[in-house]
Unconditional design. Structure first.
Length: 190
């Protein structure tokens, strides 16, 4: 998939399938010591789905954002999982921003601009190496297949990724005005 501007478009994942995902190839990642992801999604599922997964040749599950249990967002970095309790989204569009900072280990989650956070997760780590990104699916390894039980059903839009932690003001700009663009992945230039 190579589009120039997806501003009014969405990725639709119509059913449970190991073939329903979007693949994004990126340049080699020197070393993420901070990372932020913002996106919007709409789904009928309330548990066991993957929104975003970044894999490197250094480690599987380098940066994975998913919902494993009801009311529980999960961030995995190098396979270790940080769970953030949140009364989950409605069946309408959900605006999500999540950031992680290596120096402090801070994980910050915003849903519709409301902040939820947890500290001291994977402090001192970095994410680096040849990478591939999947939207709507997670696979067991860098070169492995997919597990359809963890596939996303619904719509995903406005996916943006940064190599830094966003400020609260930037998160609010994404949430309410959609005027901020990622410097690693930009929805308007996929």
């Amino acid at each position: 998939l190579s589009l120039t501007d997806l501003v009014d478009d969405v990725f639709t994942f119509p059913n449970i399938s190991e073939l329903s995902y979007v693949l994004i190839r990126t340049e080699r990642i020197a070393a993420f010591t901070e990372i932020s992801l913002c996106m919007r999604f709409k789904t009928e599922k309330d548990e066991n789905f993957t929104l975003f997964s970044l894999y490197t040749d250094r480690h599987d599950h380098s940066f994975v954002v998913e919902v494993r249990e009801k009311n529980m967002f999960s961030l995995s970095i190098y396979g270790d999982q940080c769970k953030i309790l949140k009364k989950l989204f409605t069946r309408d569009w959900t605006s999500l921003c999540l950031s992680w900072t290596s120096d402090t280990g801070d994980v910050k989650l915003w849903i519709h601009g409301d902040y939820y956070g947890r500290s001291h997760f994977q402090k001192g780590e970095n994410i680096s190496g040849d990478s591939i990104i999947f939207i709507g699916e997670k696979r067991p390894s860098f070169r492995g297949g997919f597990d359809k039980s963890q596939s996303f059903i619904g719509d995903i839009a406005d996916v943006n990724l940064w190599d830094r932690a966003l400020t609260e003001e930037e998160v609010m700009e994404f949430t309410y005005h959609d005027n901020i663009r990622g410097n690693v992945i930009t929805w308007r230039a996929l």
